[in-house]
Ligand binder design. Structure first.
Ligand SMILES: [Zn+2]
Length: 251
């Protein structure tokens, strides 16, 4: 198995992230990509890679304060995401506007993501890992599956009319339990990420921001190959391995 996985890795050409022209991050809520890959986004943007955020839901359910949820929170979170994205150098924000914790389907999201893959023509699509054990949040599960399905099937006119000559090179999963990529970032990228997170004031008060910053910094150190380095972790797969490849787990 080890040997076969190695051969498959040699066969499939996974691009270096910094050599990409365009990267599309499909996130369930306005903050997920910042939390899980913000330092990578800061680094890639600095290197001239165009990073697009495609946010599936409007974030309108993300509060325990009943007076805030709905339209008001949606507007607040859009502004927070705009500021955070500016901090990280995100090229463009696109909103699908599905209701946070709403009754929408994977299929509905899948066709919207397919449309954006065809339009943006990214080298890599990032999203939450829908195979994360113990993940229960329906928006995360639906977003991850919709983006993975779109990344596998985007050329089919059944999902979106017309032909497509674009070749997506890889799918990157964040919040993954099976990382195969430990992407090195600098301290300044980590600082930018933490600054971006501080923009999401409706989501993190001072103490939860402190806790989150501690966890993310320790995590970045823990998975690094040597002391003093920082990484963000992903599972990066060729899109074709999202269908009928048992080896995808170990890839
Ligand atoms: Zn989320």
């Amino acid at each position: 198995m080890q040997n076969l996985t190695q051969k498959l890795k040699e066969f499939f050409n996974i691009p270096k992230l910094e050599q990409c022209e365009r990267v599309l991050c499909v996130q369930p809520h306005p903050d997920d990509a910042d939390i899980s890959m913000g330092a990578t986004v800061a680094k890639l943007s600095e290197l001239g890679v165009k990073v697009f955020y495609l946010t599936v839901t409007d974030g309108s359910a993300g509060s325990q304060d009943e007076s805030l949820i709905g339209q008001r929170l949606k507007e607040i979170r859009e502004k927070e995401q705009e500021k955070a994205a500016e901090t990280l150098g995100v090229h463009e924000l696109i909103w699908l506007g599905f209701e946070d914790l709403g009754d929408y389907s994977i299929e509905q999201v899948r066709s919207k993501v397919t449309e954006q893959i065809r339009k943006i023509r990214p080298d890599v699509v990032f999203t939450v890992d829908p195979f994360l054990p113990y993940e229960v949040h329906p928006d995360h599960i639906k977003c991850g599956f919709a983006a993975c399905q779109a990344s596998s099937l985007y050329r089919l006119p059944k999902l979106y009319p017309g032909t497509c000559d674009h070749q997506l090179q890889a799918v990157g999963l964040f919040n993954t339990a099976h990382p195969n990529t430990f992407y090195e970032v600098e301290q300044r990228h980590m600082e930018r990420k933490l600054l971006a997170l501080s923009q999401h004031k409706s989501q993190f008060d001072e103490s939860s921001l402190k806790m989150l910053s501690f966890y993310l910094t320790e995590r970045a150190k823990h998975y690094a190959p040597e002391p003093g380095k920082l990484v963000e972790t992903f599972k990066i797969l060729p899109p074709s391995m999202l269908h009928v490849f048992p080896e995808a787990l170990e890839f």
